[in-house]
Design a protein around this ligand. Sequence first.
Ligand code: ZN
Length: 242
Amino acid sequence: MSTLSLLRSQLLGYADGHVTPLPGHTGVHVHREIVQPLQQLINDAKQAGFQLQVASGFRHFDRQLLIWNDKCSGKRAILDDSGDVIDINSLSAIEKVYAILRWSALPGASRHHWGTDIDIYDAAAMPRDYQLQLHPDEYMGDGLFAPMMEWLDSYLQQESVPRFFRPYLQDKGGVSPELWHLSYRPIADRYEQQYSLALLQDYLSSLLPMGKVTAQSSKVHLEEQSVILEHLSTIYQRFIYL
Ligand SMILES: [Zn+2]
């Protein structure tokens, strides 16, 4: 594979040669260049009394596509800001797309595709049998993970610590604020600089629309493809933080 097409496949999430299993975790893969800084972060958190664990790291395009298609077709719930389930039948196609984008990335446009981004929680603060939600209430106020977030806020401001940052910290009306989402800047910046609307548009256009699904192509159809492509530049500005 040429360097260009390798980079393209990493940007869009359909390559996984650059990721490696994260020690101490089951089923979590990350970019191999973030393993060392991430372990330093985990160790530093441990010194401060937290058991920082990664709930999600690298996510393949196919996985994001499955989540997207399940939400579009009603197989998986779409939630509003209060965490209540939205009745998708009451929404137009574009309203549905925007409702999903509040919590889930468009396939091909997730920072998790790069392996540089992770979702974290404090395993030490979690009661037995607790089901992790990745919801703001868990990370703010008197939430379970608020103490670790408070520690992280000041930790990340120090000079000599690994350069993680939170790309979805402020609610800009697009993606819901994700306090749990960290990105490793030195590597993620390289991907950010190469990413573009044209790249995403080109790839999403190449997927099959609904109704043309065959047994061989069942993995590569994109629900609401035409509406997405029609509004892609607005979606890109509001939801894709690159
Ligand atoms: Zn995330």
